[in-house]
Design a protein around this ligand. Structure first.
Ligand SMILES: Cc1ncc(COP(=O)(O)O)c(C=O)c1O
Length: 404
């Protein structure tokens, strides 16, 4: 049996829970899904990309069809530095990667020994939990309130684990339009978290796929921005930005920025695992910036998504029983629903499937053993407005029968 040859980590590796759930609801006729983390295909800039791909292969083919630099395409880095406007940074503070997931893996690879502690928000992005799990980290989830991660709870956990002699490494946070909760960290909380982590010698991994998808309100500075501009510290925060929800997740373009020494080690891992990110795609992304397409495109996506978020929030208000509450994000692609304590969304998932509506049960977004069950995640960017209306009606109707 081939499985006898598997490594210990492979033997205990779980298959993707979300993929299993999505598979369980595949090919159900008439099913409305709020489950996936998909951007709307209508937001993919297909015409511009198709022209740029062609131009890049024709004009830069000798260069970009060759093996490329492990740290990423120089032209793309130039454009990223211009876009973000940090005069203090240069190419060595940046690496590009095959999606944020790879960059997160390389940061974990560079920093984590088995048993090292990483703090995350409760709930948090499952894809990252899986990565930390593969690295055998001890992941501790910290509750959030409406302003983000609860610093009293974090501080109590830090004390407790230090007293146990644990090695604490970093806080993993998604400050803007968090996946899955849709919560954004307030400016005050951002500063408090930075000061706390600095005082406690904890690093921060800031995962930022959504901050540019702000549908209303004023943008907040990233943790990286505050650390660099207010605290003059380039090492405290490593920020990872993904273009999955801006250009399309199939392109697999993301970048990480932070301390040169850490970036260098992450690049070494990328060199071993990937050799380099896709050179053609990176150059296309560079030309997307250079041609001035990025800012108008982001603006357009935000306008495009506004009615979808509004629709979902309105439908929830109209259809949900009084015992249900939900977050009201100003951007991103998800919101989070709290059910009455006694309702288990893992079981609700199967009942909902019979009512032709689906979501991801909230328990999947917590480290093992730290789950909450009376919650679920809804995506508002993949369904049509009509599907949102019908789907939320179905879910509300089902929840009303459960509470009756
Ligand atoms: C918080 C968060 N981090 C990372 C990712 C993965 O991004 P990528 O497609 O760049 O790997 C996602 C995608 O849903 C996400 O929500």
């Amino acid at each position: 049996m081939i499985s006898n040859y598997f490594s210990d980590t492979t033997k205990v590796m779980k298959s993707s829970l979300i993929r299993e759930l999505v598979a369980a609801t595949k090919n159900v006729p008439g099913l409305i899904s709020f489950a996936g983390g998909f951007p709307s295909p209508a937001t993919f800039p297909k015409e511009t990309l198709s022209r740029l791909y062609s131009e890049v292969v024709v004009e830069d083919g000798r260069d970009v069809l060759q093996y490329g630099a492990s740290e990423g395409d120089g032209m793309l880095k130039d454009e990223l530095l211009k876009w973000e406007g940090y005069s203090q940074l240069n190419h060595d503070n940046l690496m590009t990667a095959v999606g944020a997931t790879n960059a997160i893996y390389y940061m974990g690879r560079a920093l984590i020994n088995p048993g090292d502690v990483i703090f995350c928000e409760a709930p948090t992005f499952l894809g990252t939990l899986v990565v930390f799990d593969a690295l055998q980290a001890d992941v501790q989830s910290i509750p959030m309130d409406s302003e983000g991660i609860d610093l009293n709870a974090l501080s109590a956990k830090v004390k407790q684990l230090r007293a146990m002699g644990k090695n604490l490494k970093f806080v993993y946070t998604i400050p803007d339009f968090q996946n899955p909760a849709g919560i954004s960290m307030s400016l005050a909380r951002r500063r408090e978290l930075l000061n706390y982590c600095k005082a406690q010698n904890l690093l921060i991994l800031e995962d930022n796929p959504y901050s540019r998808l702000r549908l209303s309100g004023e943008p907040l500075p990233t943790l990286f921005n505050i650390a660099l501009n207010e605290m003059n510290d380039v090492s405290l925060v490593t920020e990872i930005v993904s273009f999955s929800k801006i250009l399309g997740p199939g392109m697999r373009v993301a970048y990480a920025k932070g301390d040169k020494e850490l970036i260098h080690k992450m690049v070494s891992w990328q060199q071993k695992v990937t050799v380099s990110p896709d050179c053609v795609t990176q150059r296309v992304a560079a030309r997307f910036f250079a041609g001035g397409y990025m800012e108008p495109h982001i603006k357009w996506i935000c306008e495009f998504y506004k009615p979808y978020l509004e629709k979902m929030l309105n439908c929830l208000s109209e259809e949900m029983p009084k015992t249900v509450s939900w977050t009201k994000p100003s951007g991103g692609i998800f919101l989070w629903v709290w059910l009455p304590e006694e309702v288990n969304a893992d079981s609700l998932f199967y009942q909902a499937k019979d009512h032709l509506v689906t979501f991801i049960p909230g328990s999947k977004f917590y480290p093992e053993g730290q789950e909450k069950y009376n919650c679920l995640r809804l995506n508002f960017t993949y369904s049509t407005l009509e599907q949102i209306e019908t789907g939320i009606k179905r879910l509300g109707g089902l929840l009303k029968t459960i509470k009756a």
